[in-house]
Design a protein around this ligand. Structure first.
Ligand SMILES: [Zn+2]
Length: 317
């Protein structure tokens, strides 16, 4: 269906795109996501993702200047590459799809994560990047359930790093409420992946300057991607702290290592159900950053240039 992207290009679900064409980008979102499918999760957590509704929500993002959405839904919680191609066609937005497996509790039995070699897992990811017909363009979100990395999760992280080296793609992670993102980073680095190709996700769930600073000092990216969420007390009341941490890192010169997103992953976040939809950055958060003294050029770096650089495929190692 679509051509494969070459190094220097971005691999979207409709084929190669020049990095300069992506525009304003949300680097960590979902358009369909089912977390209650696993055993022993009884909260029916789901972004059902019916297409006419999602098309409308994405149209609102585009109308405010949105250009690209990265759907980091991994295998096993509702990823459907053909569906993402349809959404891209319907909305005119560039959509980049994720790859790999989420976190241990969510690994589908049929993936046999604990029975295959790390290279065999990496082969499966690489195959998707190469063979299509609809191809992913980033690896992730891959993650850890707890403040530690389980043995199976370590295997997935090693496979992701190897696949990243072989495809030239970046890796984006799920790391919550702890400094486990640093352990993730260590495994990826151990496999030889350049930290400049790594995004530690959900850093706003662990709003400590020491943690954020350590990630950027090691050369990786901090991503505040729970912006506009209101499920937990921290999310409801924590935004001033996130603004403060971003401002601190900006003052220290790390503007090229910050990413922002909204992680829409539940129906209640959609505008049609009274949530912020996909427009919280544009409508609320970015104006707040400007109010805190961040200049418009820096916001352009964070929301356009940084995601474009990460999504641009490197020459395979
Ligand atoms: Zn997510």
């Amino acid at each position: 269906m679509s051509n494969r992207a070459a190094p220097g290009q971005v691999q979207t679900v409709l084929g190669p795109v020049a990095p300069g064409d992506l525009g304003f980008t949300l680097p960590h979102e979902h358009t369909k996501c089912s977390l209650w499918w696993i055993e022993n999760r009884w909260d029916y957590w789901e972004l059902i993702g019916d297409e006419p509704r999602i098309n409308e929500e994405l149209a609102a993002f585009k109308a405010l200047g949105g250009g690209t959405l990265v759907d980091v839904t991994p295998i096993g919680i509702g990823r459907d590459l053909a569906r993402l191609a349809r959404l891209s066609q319907a909305t005119g937005l560039h959509i980049v799809a994720g790859a790999g497996w989420y976190r241990q509790a969510y690994y589908p039995a049929e993936a046999r994560i604990d029975r295959r070699s790390i290279d065999d897992l990496a082969d499966e990811i690489v195959q998707e990047f190469v063979d299509g017909p609809v191809r992913p363009g980033i690896i992730g979100e891959i993650g850890t359930d707890k403040p530690w990395v389980t043995a199976q999760e370590e295997r997935v992280f090693r496979a992701a790093a190897r696949a990243a080296l072989r495809t030239g793609a970046s890796v984006t992670t799920h790391a919550v409420q702890s400094d486990v993102g640093l352990a993730q980073l260590t495994i990826l680095e151990d496999e030889g992946l350049d930290p400049a190709r790594i995004v530690i996700g959900h850093c706003d769930s662990h709003p400590r300057i020491e943690h954020w600073r350590e990630i950027v000092r090691r050369g990786a990216h901090v991503e505040a991607d729970f912006l506009g969420m209101s499920f937990t007390p921290l999310e409801r009341a924590g935004e001033p702290k996130v603004v403060e941490l971003i401002s601190t890192l900006l003052n220290e010169g790390f503007e090229k290592q910050i990413l922002l997103s909204q992680d829409v992953c539940h129906d209640s976040q959609l505008a049609s159900y009274g949530g912020n939809g996909y427009t919280y950055l544009q409508k609320s958060f970015l104006p707040r950053l400007v109010g805190a003294g961040v200049n418009v050029a820096t916001i352009e770096t964070i929301t356009v240039e940084n995601p474009a650089r990460l999504l641009t495929l490197r020459k395979p190692a």
